[in-house]
Design a protein around this ligand. Structure first.
Ligand SMILES: *[C@@H]1O[C@H](CO)[C@@H](O)[C@H](O)[C@H]1NC(C)=O
Ligand SMILES: *[C@@H]1O[C@H](CO)[C@@H](O)[C@H](O)[C@H]1NC(C)=O
Ligand SMILES: *[C@@H]1O[C@H](CO)[C@@H](O)[C@H](O)[C@H]1NC(C)=O
Length: 795
């Protein structure tokens, strides 16, 4: 502790000593004589200048001093980062894909395409790295927030020694706003008790409108405005992408209307095209028949177009699809029918997203700011997701609970695929097709299918040599330094009193006017759940430790086989040269060791399911070892990591309530939503417990009689069978200590109820868990009075 303080103050005094014009250095300046301070932007926040002391008695005898305010450098552009979720290199028309993305095309034609830009292969890590310019492990975000561990590099808590870009810009005179997906707050910090330091509004954003976790229902999202949970506007056909775009458009226009001289920074990260694939029906219809050729043909057609378009070199080979995935021709007609629809919905989702991004770009144009705005349009943070498994799923939560849906079960849902009644994902082979020309997908940090994403930079005032392509290796950590460079801002050495870990990325401005400039980002490691790789000077060594659809029986890490590629000659990593150049491979493995050590990548942690469990992962847990939680009215929006865990155990829910004259109805306590969860409620006055198993099976235990007016204690007890995860048990509902109903719950959800639906007292937000108590907060709110509800689990 002492040492850190000492180090910080040493830097501070060094900075002061080097900048004599700094306001700190001036002592009591006489009135009117203080020179205009030269702003030292390497220490943030910039200190107010020393105030002059006046001796004049009468204000009329003085000239008023200038108001001091930190303003951005004179020519600093506005900055917009657009980030689409879970989209691969070969999906968009801009990079040769089958899905038309006219706005991405437009940006590319007036800007620059980057075809050698890399992400980390997963969302939280890519997002954090984009916004701080350091490697994801360096920022403690080795993997996604929900799989944080005890180890440095993976704690899930971004250190204050790494101030985010938004904070740097805000403290340099920008207005800042984030819209859409966040996913950078550690799970145990998402409750009402905070701390809120790692929420968007304390990570440098003046404004936030979006969701805090990794995904959300697009039709019924969990939204925060700042740190306040809000309900989405009620309107027919509501869709979150449209809503967040409206918010961004309104904010940008208002900000420029109020302060036209003040630049803005907008981080616009859609929940699309991550699962659930929720898309308006008219958009889906536009894609009818577009994917009839099947995933192998679509992949090959994309590959041919990519060569023609020049976004991949002419000598690129198309590697075979991963062996686990079926060839299209081998499928039966029913499977083909289902899978085509999945791709139509996904294609529509991508196009719909690009359409709304276009509205944001148009708004910036409409207020005359487009030329002066540096836009990064990044199509994907980790490649197309293969988490849909072999046949896709109507409810993505089945993946996280290890339940395999079948073609026969899914076929009847074709017409509703993408609507409110589904939470869908597509078959993994589509992900490979949309990642053409690569072999692998999201989560595979050691293949370009997991890391290489199409990116466009658009900045008419700053880039003159437009319309071309840049092929230099680049990485998400290069974005932040590029922005600082473009804005004429130095990298801060100290932010909010804390000495900063140096930025690791390389500013990309050297490529703007010079397509052939020699590459400056020459070494980069990759690691995600044991998949690991190293890039250096055109060479790429990697090992595929696990495919995204494999969660258990992984080989020991030391048995992993490394491969070697000449990435400059072999764009898609089709030719393993490990046998030809063993000495090169050995040298690169050494480089990996060095980089991994330096960046806190070790020890490698390839656990997936176990890492989701705080106790096994070794990260803080808000509920810790607590066996009981008492809840009161007004408590709502509790995410799964900030609520007591009733999975894999016996539990009791005891509600002390009061029923008014005329009876009561509505939710007492719910967790989850339509795609999995449980609910204790009164239905037409009768106490009932409903267990909704992944939206696929429902178990209802209901009392025969409605409650009379007055005070009551409604208790539900669940006696778990035990013997492993996901088992069933016996349920008993009692009223005022007397048994009212008994029933069997055959199975339970083993791992997770929902990534965005929450636990709520006295209402059921978003989609309803139970059938028949209404939809949304207006219809499900309990009409009586709740004194308290206690949930207890067996020790
Ligand atoms: C990468 O994968 C994660 C985990 O599924 C996802 O939430 C995230 O949005 C993806 N990021 C991008 C930029 O595609
Ligand atoms: C790019 O940024 C560097 C500093 O990072 C600066 O020295 C250089 O002049 C810039 N180059 C171009 C071509 O703008
Ligand atoms: C499930 O419960 C059993 C028995 O209490 C326990 O041994 C096991 O660790 C639990 N598993 C998880 C993942 O919580």
């Amino acid at each position: 502790m002492h040492r850190a303080v000492f180090a910080a103050s040493t830097v501070l005094s060094a900075v002061i000593a080097l900048t004599p014009s700094n306001a700190f250095a001036q002592s009591d300046a006489p009135a009117d004589a203080a020179p205009a301070p030269v702003l030292d932007r390497t220490v943030l926040p910039i200190a107010d200048p020393v105030r002059p002391s006046y001796t004049e008695l009468d204000v009329r005898d003085t000239t008023p001093p200038k108001h001091f305010e930190v303003t951005a450098p004179k020519d600093a552009p506005n900055v917009v980062i657009i980030l689409i979720d879970d989209l691969g290199f070969g999906a968009t028309s801009t990079f040769g894909g089958p899905i038309p993305t006219p706005n991405f095309d437009r940006m590319a034609n007036n800007g620059l395409r980057y075809n050698n830009f890399h992400t980390t292969s997963l969302c939280s890590p890519s997002r954090v790295a984009i916004k701080c310019g350091r490697n994801h492990h360096m920022a403690n975000t080795g993997s996604i927030m929900e799989t944080a561990t005890a180890y440095p590099g993976n704690t899930g808590a971004i250190p204050n020694r790494i101030a985010p870009l938004a904070e740097m810009l805000r403290l340099n005179g920008f207005s800042t706003a984030a819209f859409g997906k966040w996913h950078e707050t550690a799970p145990w910090e998402t409750s009402v008790s905070g701390p809120f330091d790692r929420w968007p509004t304390r990570q440098g954003f003046d404004k936030f409108y979006g969701f805090i976790g990794g995904e959300t229902d697009q039709w019924a999202p969990l939204i925060y405005d700042g740190v306040r949970k809000v309900n989405p506007p009620q309107r027919d056909g509501y869709h979150f992408t449209e809503d967040m775009t409206d918010q961004a458009v309104n904010w940008v226009k208002a900000q420029q209307s109020m302060t036209p001289d003040k630049p803005f920074f907008v981080y616009f990260a859609t929940g699309a095209t991550h699962a659930p694939h929720h898309v308006p029906k008219d958009w889906i219809e536009k894609f009818h028949g577009q994917f009839d050729a099947g995933w192998d043909a679509i992949r090959e057609q994309t590959y041919e177009r990519q060569k023609k378009l020049g976004v991949i070199p002419a000598n690129t080979q198309l590697p075979p699809r991963p062996e686990d995935l079926a060839g299209w021709d081998a499928l039966d007609e029913n499977s083909k029918k289902l899978f085509r629809r999945q791709a139509e919905v996904f294609g529509a989702f991508v196009a719909h997203t690009d359409h709304h991004i276009g509205r944001l770009i148009d708004a910036v144009d409409e207020i005359g700011e487009l030329d002066n705005t540096l836009i990064f349009y990044i199509a994907g943070d980790n490649g197309t997701s293969a988490e849909g498994g072999m046949v896709g799923m109507y409810n993505e939560m089945t993946y996280f609970n290890g339940v395999q849906e079948t073609v026969e079960e899914l076929l009847p849902l074709i017409d509703s695929w993408g609507s409110k009644s589904t939470f869908p994902h597509m078959a993994a082979a589509w992900a490979v097709a949309f990642d053409s020309p690569f072999k692998w997908t999201k989560q595979v940090a050691s293949d370009f299918g997991g890391t290489r994403n199409g990116m466009v930079i658009h900045w008419p005032d700053g880039i003159k040599n437009t319309g071309g392509m840049r092929t230099q290796f680049s990485h998400v950590i290069d974005i932040a330094p590029t922005i600082l460079e473009a804005c004429g801002l130095p990298e801060p050495v100290m932010v909010n009193g804390v000495q900063q870990i140096p930025i690791q990325g390389t500013a990309l401005n050297y490529t703007f006017e010079h397509p052939d400039a020699s590459e400056r980002h020459t070494t980069q490691y990759f690691e995600m759940f044991g998949n690991r790789a190293i890039y250096q000077d055109g060479w790429f060594a990697r090992t595929i430790h696990r495919a995204p659809w494999k969660v258990d029986n992984l080989p020991p890490l030391e048995d992993d086989v490394w491969e070697l590629y000449n990435a400059k000659e072999d764009f898609s990593l089709a030719n393993d040269l490990a046998k030809q150049h063993p000495e090169k491979l050995a040298a690169l493995k050494e480089v990996f060791m060095e980089e991994a050590t330096k960046n806190h990548v070790f020890p490698i942690d390839d656990r997936t399911i176990d890492r989701a469990n705080p106790a096994l992962a070794g990260r803080p847990d808000l509920m810790g070892g607590r066996t009981s939680l008492t809840l009161y009215p007004g408590m709502q929006g509790m995410l799964e990591n900030t609520f007591i865990n009733i999975k894999n155990t016996s539990f009791t829910v005891k509600a002390e309530i009061e029923v008014p004259e005329g009876g009561a109805a509505g939710a007492l306590l719910v967790q989850g939503g339509r795609f999995g969860g449980w609910s204790l409620h009164l239905r037409e006055g009768k106490p009932a417990f409903e267990y909704n198993w992944l939206g696929l099976d429902r178990y209802v235990i209901e009392a025969p009689d409605a409650l009379k007016p007055g005070k009551h204690t409604v208790t539900f007890e669940f006696d778990y069978d035990g013997g492993g995860l996901g088992k069933g048990g016996d349920g008993e509902l009692s009223v005022n200590g007397k048994t009212a109903a008994k029933g069997r719950i055959d199975k339970t959800q083993p791992n997770i109820f929902s990534a965005d639906e929450t636990a709520d007292v006295g209402l059921d937000n978003q989609t309803p868990v139970a059938k028949g108590i209404g939809y949304g907060p207006h219809e499900t709110t309990f009409t009586g009075k709740i004194h308290r509800i206690t949930v207890s689990v067996k020790e």
